[in-house]
Write a protein of this length. Structure first.
Length: 497
């Protein structure tokens, strides 16, 4: 699917600039006054305490978020761009939220629940973060060089860090139940080994062991971190194991974590606090996620609210499936959100906070980790090119080609492996190809055929054949003169230039 971009830059608490796919921009006024912000903050607290249990409550929250961000004119622009793609199956709209420094206090609001409001003119509204033709992502305004897609498979490193006690050795951090998520990710690798490969770093995970492992191995596409986090006045931290006492936590900031990946940065870090994690883990992970992107990690996904393990498991499964198919990171996140919103509650869709919990921060909208499809490498891809065996055709061909550039059909000799003309004798060994009444075409070598060898000459009149060698480039062919090149581009060695 091709996605057009609608970029919404929140410049300050009072102004936004919205840029349409045609690069035309217009300004709008932020509608979040102090009372609206207090109301949204109350909703956010209820979400954190898991006290919102109905779709209607989430619709009200999402509508306040939308009306607070878009005024009448910018709302009209959003609706017009959405309608342009709503009836086109192969087009979508990527809604990018970008918060500049003067609006960072607005960035903490739960924008993943934003809802286009119901109206009498336009009908029932929708959650932007889960619509199948919309993508919602938060971008960090960094000018980084885009990353081209890597070849398959998607390489995932699972890092589980679960020290039992805080750094003082007294406070218990809780027992993390990470088994289900790890099993799900590993099962994806077993089901599709050509698309996904999974490794797990041995515990205990210290800063040294993580750094050494990353630097000693091929660059991973994804690092999936499972563990504890904490949030204080200085920001968020993650718990690795202390080198002196692996049972104690060594809290590291995002810059120290980013240093572990220096020159080996993954395309994505997934921060996963499973059930049983330290109480401040979710707030810490969201804070660390944003700062990691500023520390040269191209993309970070985190969960902003605590969810049950089965929910985190369901999201991770859909997310990595989509990444393995070659989808961009924000599209994979949207797929996971939709899965949570539609299938967690049998009675009513989008009645659980889970679908809005995943947050993705990106440096660029071109967040494709791996290519959609990689052609399988064949042995004949490495063979030299030869001149097409059809008469005076100048095209270069190689083994495995069914047609030359001018459309002449080709087959491979079943005796010597050279390229030959169908229904003719091989120029190199004399083996004759005969088609059994079927038209010559791209699949001729896979159809039922009969190949009749020509009897070799008797020893009385046998002639010594010169050793043959393929022409490896068109420049070599031109230097010899086209009229001197025999069929198939094969020259006797004694005439080699």
């Amino acid at each position: 699917m091709e996605y057009k971009e609608l970029k919404v830059v929140i410049k300050s608490r009072k102004k936004i600039v919205i840029t349409k796919p045609n690069r035309i921009s217009l300004s709008g006024d932020v509608q979040i006054d102090s009372l609206t912000e207090r109301l949204i903050t109350v909703f956010r607290k209820l979400l954190a305490e898991d006290k919102i249990k109905s779709r209607e409550e989430l619709v009200v929250l999402g509508s306040y978020l939308f009306n607070g961000l878009f005024d009448e004119e910018t709302r009209r622009v959003f609706w017009e761009e959405y309608k342009k793609i709503s009836n086109k199956e192969q087009e979508g709209l990527r809604v990018v939220l970008e918060f500049e420094p003067e609006a960072r206090d607005l960035a903490v609001l739960p924008w993943e629940y934003i809802y286009y409001p119901d109206s009498t003119e336009e009908g029932r509204g929708f959650f932007i973060a889960t619509d199948n033709q919309l993508i919602l992502a938060r971008h960090v305004p960094l000018k980084m060089q885009g990353l081209s897609p890597s070849p398959k498979p998607l390489r995932i490193l699972i890092v589980v860090s679960t020290p039992a006690r805080d750094e003082d050795g007294e406070k218990e951090l809780g027992i993390i139940d990470e088994g289900l998520v790890i099993e799900t990710i590993c099962q994806l690798g077993k089901k599709s080994p050509t698309a996904i490969q999974v490794e797990q770093l041995e515990s205990p995970v210290t800063k040294t062991s993580l750094t050494n492992w990353i630097q000693a191995n091929e660059r991973y596409h994804v690092v999936h971190f499972v563990g504890h986090g904490k949030y204080d006045k200085d920001g968020g931290s993650l718990a690795l194991a202390s080198a002196r006492d692996p049972g104690r936590a060594s809290w590291i900031k995002e810059d120290a974590l980013a240093d572990c990946f220096r020159k080996r940065e993954p395309r994505l870090i997934f921060l996963n606090a499973c059930k049983g994690a330290y109480s401040g883990s979710y707030a810490a992970f969201q804070g660390v996620a944003l700062k990691l992107v500023y520390s040269n990690i191209p993309a970070v996904v985190a969960l902003q609210f605590e969810v049950e393990n089965k929910v985190a498991n369901l999201f991770a499964e859909k997310f990595y499936q989509s990444l393995g198919e070659g989808k961009p990171i924000d599209v994979a996140v949207q797929d996971g959100r939709s899965k949570l919103g539609m299938f967690l509650d049998e009675d009513q869709n989008y009645s659980n906070r889970a679908f809005g919990s995943p947050v993705v921060y990106l440096q660029s909208a071109e967040g494709i980790v791996i290519a959609e499809a990689q052609p399988e490498k064949k042995d004949y891809d490495l063979l030299p090119k030869v001149i097409c065996p059809h008469g005076d055709c100048p095209e270069l061909v190689s083994a495995g080609d069914n047609f030359c550039g001018d459309g002449h059909p080709l087959v491979e000799c079943q005796k010597c492996g050279k390229i030959m003309v169908p229904n003719k004798s091989c120029h190199a060994c004399g083996w004759r190809h005969v088609s059994l009444g079927e038209p010559i075409g791209a699949d001729v070598t896979r159809r039922a055929t009969e190949r009749i060898p020509v009897q070799p000459p008797s020893s009385d009149n046998a002639t010594v054949q010169p050793e043959l060698q393929p022409i490896e480039s068109s420049s070599a062919a031109q230097s010899l003169g086209q009229k001197d090149i025999p069929l198939g581009g094969i020259l006797p060695r004694e005439r080699r230039g």
